[in-house]
Write a new protein. Structure first.
Ligand SMILES: Nc1nc2c(c(=O)[nH]1)N[C@H]1C(S)=C(S)[C@@H](COP(=O)(O)O)O[C@H]1N2
Ligand SMILES: [Mo]
Length: 353
């Protein structure tokens, strides 16, 4: 079975099925520095695997000493805890036209949890990467078929990237053992990278001497313009700001109603390519600077605020972030075939009364 082409039509039953399995962050939950686990966005390609009590992490391939580690073994290693902002590479996909058929995210596929684990680098040193190691392949316990390719979910990192000190083999999220849907018993955390790199239900780490060519590496997560385009790999998170929609919501349309007068607009901003240097609030197309708070951590979003003197009538609020690498969010989203790395500015329609 090939891939369905992007569509100009209405949402399909398949997209709805994905949308009900995979939840987004309710935007009002941007109020929390650290997203409560039950509000953290979720993306599961296949089924949440049934994990055997005899689970061990296998570390092998081009190493001096293959390892087999239990959760207790991993817990006995050096322990690190810090907040990391995760965002799905497909966030914003549903706004593209034509629309790539996949999980139909709007703006909400982002969250920040506090992750605890042991640095991957220490485990790789223990195993001893032999000369010639180019990449590490991380394989999950989940198995399925995507566009005709049957595989275990797997992704790789280059050996240099894998040795970065902030990369974690994480066994806790927000101070608790991982919940089944977030990767119990162990997942990879790759701060700064889009979600696909953070392999859940980790079963094996393999040192390889050639670039990994698995489905999730060489087909799925690419910036490409047409089906057979070899494309460019998706990696780090592009800058984005989101606001908590102000006032109260209309149940069906989610349109907002706000009382006239001074309103404090509050949001979050993040980038995996640099630090956030500027956030702007747009009111009916006029941009003003927002006030930036301190990031919750080196790899976590920051809080921003902006004052708005709301006058009665219909308004459109928007926000956009820029990072220290010179990236700014686009007002018009360049299109790509799979809807990856979209970071169009958010817009919120508001009625002030
Ligand atoms: N094994 C495995 N790991 C995975 C996935 C998956 O389907 N299987 N989904 C990836 C994607 S696309 C994202 S966006 C993140 C989502 O992590 P979360 O569900 O904990 O928010 O997990 C990643 N890790
Ligand atoms: Mo994702």
């Amino acid at each position: 079975m090939g891939a369905p082409e992007p569509t100009e039509g209405p949402l399909t039953a398949e997209e709805l099925q994905l949308a009900t399995r995979n939840r987004g962050l309710p935007l009002e939950a941007l109020r929390y520095d650290r997203t409560p686990t039950g509000l953290h966005y979720l993306l599961v390609h296949f089924d949440i695997p049934d994990v055997d009590a005899a689970w061990r992490l296998q570390v092998g391939g081009n190493v001096s000493k293959a390892l087999e580690l239990s959760l207790d073994d991993l817990r006995a290693r050096p322990r690190r805890t810090f907040p990391v902002t995760l965002e799905c590479a497909g966030n914003g996909r549903a706004r593209l036209f034509p629309r790539p058929i996949s999980q139909p995210w709007l703006d909400e596929a982002v969250s920040t949890a506090e992750w605890t684990g042991t640095p991957l680098g220490g485990i790789l040193e223990e195993a001893g990467l032999k000369p010639g190691t180019e990449e590490l392949v991380f394989t999950g316990m989940d198995h399925g078929v995507e566009k005709g390719y049957e595989h275990d979910y797997a992704r790789s990192l280059t050996a240099a990237e894998a040795m970065r000190p902030e990369i974690l083999l994480a066994y806790e999220m927000n101070g608790q053992p991982l919940e089944p849907q977030h990767g119990f018993p162990l997942r990879l955390i790759v701060p700064g990278w889009y979600g696909m790199a953070h392999v859940k239900w980790l079963a094996r780490i393999e040192a390889v001497t050639k670039p990994f060519e698995g489905y999730q590496q060489k087909m799925a997560y690419l910036y490409k313009q047409f089906s057979d385009d070899p494309g460019q790999p998706v990696g780090r998170i592009r800058p984005r700001a989101l606001m908590i929609p102000p006032g109260f919501a209309d149940f069906l349309s989610r349109r907002r109603t706000v009382e006239r007068g001074r309103v404090e607009i509050v949001g979050r901003a993040w980038s995996g390519l640099g630090s956030i240097v500027q956030v702007e609030l747009g009111v009916d197309g006029e941009w003003r600077l927002a006030k930036l708070g301190e990031p919750a951590g080196r790899f976590a979003w920051l809080r921003w605020t902006a004052e708005w003197d709301a006058a009665p009538g219909e308004h459109v609020l928007s926000c956009r972030a820029a990072d220290s690498a010179g990236n700014i969010q686009p007002s018009e989203q360049p299109w790509n075939y799979q809807g990856m790395g979209d970071n169009l500015i958010q817009t919120v329609k508001v009625t002030v009364r």
